[in-house]
Write a protein that binds this ligand. Sequence first.
Ligand code: AHR
Length: 627
Amino acid sequence: EMVVKTTKPGAEIQSTMYGLFFEDINFGADGGLYAELIKNRSFEFTQNLLGWKSFGNVEVRTDNPAFDKNPHYVRLSNPGHPDKQTGLENEGFFGVGIKKDAQYRFSVWARLPQGGESQSFRVELVNSNNNPVAKQTLNVTSADWKKYEVVLTSPETDAKALVRIFLTSKGDIDMDHVSLFPVDTWKGREGGLRKDLVQALADLKPGVFRFPGGCIVEGTDIDTRYNWKNSVGPVENRPLNTNRWQYTFTNRFYPDYFQTYGLGFYEYFLLSEEIGAEPLPVLNCGLACQFQNKDPKAHVPVDKLDCYIQDALDLIEFANGDVTTKWGKLRADMGHPAPFNLKLLAVGNEQWGKEYPEHLEPFIKAIRKAYPKIRIIGSSGPDSEGDKFEYLWPEMKRLKVDLVDEHFYRSQKWFLTQAARYDNYDRKGPKVFAGEYACHAQNKKNNFDAALCEAAFMTGLERNADVVHMATYAPLFAHVKGWQWRPDLIWFDNMSSVCSVNYYVQQLYAYNKGTNVLSLTMDKKPVTGQDELYASAVWDKNEKAYIVKIANTADKEQNIRVVLDGTKKGQLTSGTATLLHSSDLDAENTLANPNTVLPQKEDIQIEGNVLNVKLGAKTFAVYKFLK
Ligand code: AHR
C-alpha cells in the first residue's frame, strides 16, 4: 500500500524542471538543428574544399575577401575549352536531403573580379542518380561583393542529393558563403532551424535550455573553446571553429566536423524564448577539456582571466542590457530589442581539481558585483566521480554558487540505486542541476530498459523538488549517420526524426510535473526500490490534479493500492493512467519504426480515495486524478 498525503502540499516544483541540454555533438547543430544544407559554405575548413568537388578552373583565394573573419573564397574562371566545365559541387551533410515540392533558398556572395559585363552561373539540385532535378541561372552584376539568391523547387524526394554550380559565361566570378536552406524552417525564418527538430523540443515543454554544450564549451584546447562573441553578428562573418567532437573515444572520426556558429548565442536565446524555456548559457572558465595541469594551451592562469570574465559580463549585457549598451545594441540590431531576461549562467562545464574553484572564484566575484540577481551554476566534476562528487561539492558550497551541475552517464543498476540519491542532500547548500544524465544500458542504445530506469530514478528528482531545481537528459540530438555518442534523446537523418523511448519518459514528467510535491510512502518510507517499485506524487494547483508516478521495474505484475489520504469520497472525479511499457527490454524507437514504444493513455476508476491497480511488469505509469 502506498499512501499519498494530499492535505499538505510540500516543496514547490520549479518551473525549470524538466529541461534540455543542447550541444553540437553528433551533428546536432551543423548538419542537424541548424538547417543549412551546404557543408563548408565559407571554404574555411582546414582543407578549404572539404565537402566540395571542384572541376575546371577553380582557385581558392583570400585577397580582398568578402568577410575578414572567414577570408577564403573561390574564383571560378573560364575552363579554356568549349567542352570543358568550371564549377563545384557540394555533398552536404551525409548528402543533401531534398523533398518533393519543397522549396530551397540558394544564396551566395559573389563579385566580378574584373568588373565589366555581368557574368552568369547555374545552380542545380542533383539527385542521387546524378540527374539535375531543379536548376536556375543567376547573373552576377557587380565588381563589389553582393548577395544573390534564388529559390529552387524540388520535384522529388532524395536523401542524398547534391548541389552543383556551373560557370555559364566566359568571365571570372568570385563566390563565398554558398548556402542552401529549406524555405520551410521553424517559424519560416530565413537561414533558420529545422522545423521537425524544434517541434520535438517544443513538444517537451522544456523548463530550461542549456547551451552550447558540453565539452565544446571547454574546447580541445583553449583556442578552440566556444567563444560566444564569435557566434553573434552577421552569420557570414562568424569565424569557423573546429569541433571538439571530430574525434572521440568511440573511435568514430569525423575530420569534417566544424562549427560554423550559424546557430549561435542569439539564435539559442531566441529558441529558448520560443519554446518557453529559461535560457542557460555555459561559459568557458579558462580551462580546456580534460586539461593537463598548467599546459598553456589548456589552462589560463588565474591572473590572466580578465577577458574571460569580461566575456561573462558582456554576455549578460548582450542578453539583458538595454539598447543603449554596446552588447544590448547588438542584440537589438540582430532583431530582438527586448531583453532576453537571462537569469542563469553556468561557468565551467565538467571541470575538476583545485584549478576549477580557483578559476571560478573571480568570475563569481565579478558577476555578483555587477549583476547580483544572476544565479550562478558551478560544476561538481566529471562523471567518474558521479557517486558522490566529494571534492568539488564542498568547494561549491564555500563559493556559494546557486546551483551545482552534476553529470552521470551510468548503468541501469546505478540509476535504480540512485533514486534515493537526493533524499539526504543538504537542504541549506546550493541547489542541484542534474545537467547531464542518461542511463547507459550495456549496448548503449536508447532502449526501453534504460528509459524505465530513468523513469524510476526521476521519482527521486521529483520527490526532492526542494533541492533539485533543474534536470536535463544528455545528449539531446544525434544524426544516425554521424554520431559520436549514444544514447541520445532524439535521432534524425536528413529527412526525418524520431523521439526515443527516453524522450517519452522526459515528456511524461514534463507534462505531469505538478506544482508541489506530495509525500508518498510505503510503510512510512519513500518508495525507492522496495518490491522493485519507485514512486512519487505531486499536486497540480492549476489543474487541481493529483498525479502519482510509479515505475514497476520487476518482471512481474504487482497489485498496488494507492490511498490518496485526505481526499473525501466523491471528491476525485475523472482519472487517467498513462502507461509506458514494452515486453521487450531492448525495444527502441527508430526512424523506420518510430512508434515501437509510446505512452498509452486509458481511463481509470478510483474507489473513494483508493486506487487499486494491477501494474504490469516493467511498466512506468502516471496516474492523474482531477479534484
Ligand atoms: O554529453 C556528452 C558529453 O558528456 C558532454 O559534452 C560533456 O560535458 C560530458 O562529458
